[in-house]
Write a protein that binds this ligand. Structure first.
Ligand code: NAD
Length: 497
């Protein structure tokens, strides 16, 4: 049955003031309406910001270990309801059920991790230059945060932002993607049940144009954490470019796997399939380029094509399904358009390339897993983020050529190399210009306790996830305290008179 999703403002579930709604459809079968989402506007945002501002003075003073206890309860509830939530992720977003469950597991992991951070939000205590004086640095919250998220990890990415923001003492307004509103609502219901006080977390549904931009640039917002496309991230970063707003953006990728001539080819193909077609290629870290050493190019292609043709495309709730649908019609058409671009550019289409137009799959947004070979590094399909099940294979002369190809894009999120040569892996690790590098493993599969993010157009500001060097830096600022207990005026840096 379809669910109505409401906003949560100051602890009350409310419809948007406009009264307008839109449907969230199952991308595997658009005859199924998963939920109806409130289409909020500026007044709803104003109320949510006001609620978060009112809640901030007391939430920031709740001891961090106590905040951690509430987040720990949320982790326990998420774990208890993991199966139900995983199925919902698959129904609303389309990824296969094992990945739907993994999406929820990431949220659980982040909740446990951040609950523990409540007892570790440490700064430094260091000696002073002067006697009878001490110095320390503290992490303090930033204030009220806008958290804006995409649809491709409808539970994990919100959790990556919400839990570190809350443990740090901020209050938040969460604007999820309008394509996965029911997943977002369920997550926030669980947080409310765990005991997050009214106004500390507020949920406002709606479109990016109507709600996202107004929220991010609202004068009552102190910080913005955004995950989504580079184009929107860059627009928001410009709009927030003033001293009084923090902003961090995690954005697009065009992630390469390098396959060297000493690689175990079967393993490299498994990595290419998992990275290229997992989540139907709709991951920021998807392996959309496979850069293969010329000595093993033909052998690699043979194994890749055989493996690709065995993939089962279908509804992600079925156990036998390997590849689910695209999220919506617009995304499906964008991918089909890129396939046409690839053909026109002269890349060799080895398999796939079409939408499923008959049988059950015609009711969803399904495209065949697609492989292009003989792709030139400068082609659009090798440069632009497609965000679908399309893999481009590019030939390289040697390691250095492969690294040049890997780096010659405007993105720098994730990269991988398959090799048995420790020296080659060390050079790749050093020279690949990405935020994440995998050795003998695909481009996907970040673990939540390490900082996550990219270089160039893949990100801006602080890294996500992780603790120090990651999310805690995003959601806290440093305050330094000097305490003089000498009973006289001591002057730092002044030579003795
Ligand atoms: P998107 O940029 O269209 O939307 C992301 C979010 O921003 C949504 O909530 C949307 O409603 C909102 N939004 C849209 N326009 C806005 C505006 N003008 N002002 C404020 N908010 C606005 O992206 P998407 O299609 O939801 O997600 C796919 C993109 O996300 C891909 O580019 C992918 O690479 C990226 N992504 C990046 C990461 C990462 O960690 N680097 C992770 C997942 C997805």
């Amino acid at each position: 049955m379809a669910e109505d999703t409401k906003n949560l403002i100051n602890g009350r579930w409310e419809c948007a003031i406009s009264g307008k709604t839109m449907d969230s459809l199952n991308p595997a079968d658009t005859r199924e309406v998963i939920g109806t989402v409130s289409l909020s506007g500026s007044k709803d945002v104003d109320s949510a910001v006001e609620a978060a501002r009112r809640a901030y003075p007391s939430w920031r003073l709740v001891p961090a270990p106590r905040r951690g206890e509430i987040i720990y309860r949320a982790a326990e509830l998420l774990l208890k309801r993991k199966d139900e939530l995983g199925v919902l992720v698959t129904r609303e977003m389309g990824k296969v059920i094992t990945e739907g469950l993994a999406d929820v597991q990431e949220a659980i992991d982040m909740a446990y991790y951040m609950a523990g951070e409540g007892r570790r939000l440490s700064g430094e205590t260091v000696p002073s230059e002067l006697p009878n004086k001490d110095c320390k640095s503290l992490r303090v919250p930033i204030g009220v945060f806008a958290l804006i998220t995409p649809w491709n990890f409808p539970t994990a990415i919100p959790a990556w932002k919400i839990f570190p923001a809350l443990i740090s003492g901020n209050t938040v307004i969460f604007k999820p993607s309008s394509f996965t509103p029911v997943c977002a609502t369920r997550l926030i219901e669980i947080l409310a049940e765990a005991g997050i006080p009214n106004g500390v977390i507020n949920l406002v549904h709606g479109t990016g144009d109507e709600v996202g931009e107004y929220l991010a640039t609202h004068p009552g917002i102190d910080g913005v954490s955004f995950t989504g496309s580079s184009a929107v991230g860059e627009k928001l970063a410009k709009a927030c470019a003033s001293f009084d707003k923090e902003i961090s953006c995690e954005t697009g990728g065009k992630n390469p796997i390098i396959v060297m001539d000493d690689a175990i080819l079967e393993l490299a193909v498994e990595g290419a399939i998992w990275g290229g077609f997992g989540s139907t290629g709709q991951r920021c870290t998807a392996a959309s380029r496979i850069v293969v050493h010329e000595n093993v190019y033909n052998d690699f292609l043979d194994i890749l094509i055989k493996a690709t043709s065995k993939l089962m495309v279908g509804n992600g709730l079925k156990n036998e399904t390997d590849v689910g649908p695209l999220i919506n019609e617009e995304q499906m058409n964008k991918v089909l358009n890129y396939i046409e671009v690839g053909k026109k550019e002269g890349a060799r289409l080895l398999t796939g390339g079409r939408r499923y137009t008959s049988g059950d799959l015609a009711n969803g947004y399904f495209i065949e897993p697609t492989v292009f070979a003989d792709v030139d590094r400068g082609m659009r399909i090798a440069q632009e983020e497609i965000f679908g099940p399309v893999v481009s294979v590019i030939k390289a002369k040697d390691l250095y050529d492969a690294i040049d190809i890997a780096n010659c894009v405007q993105y720098g999120l994730s990269a991988a190399i398959y090799t048995q040569d420790v020296n080659a892996s060390a050079i790749a690790e050093r020279d690949l210009d990405t935020g994440v590098v995998y050795i003998n493993s695909s481009t996907i599969g970040a673990e939540i306790h390490l900082p996550f993010g990219g270089t160039k157009r893949s990100g801006l500001g602080h890294r996500e996830a992780g603790g120090r060097g990651g999310a805690l830096d995003m959601f806290t600022k440093w305050k330094v305290i000097y305490r003089d207990f000498s009973g006289m005026l001591q002057k730092a840096q002044i030579d003795k008179e």
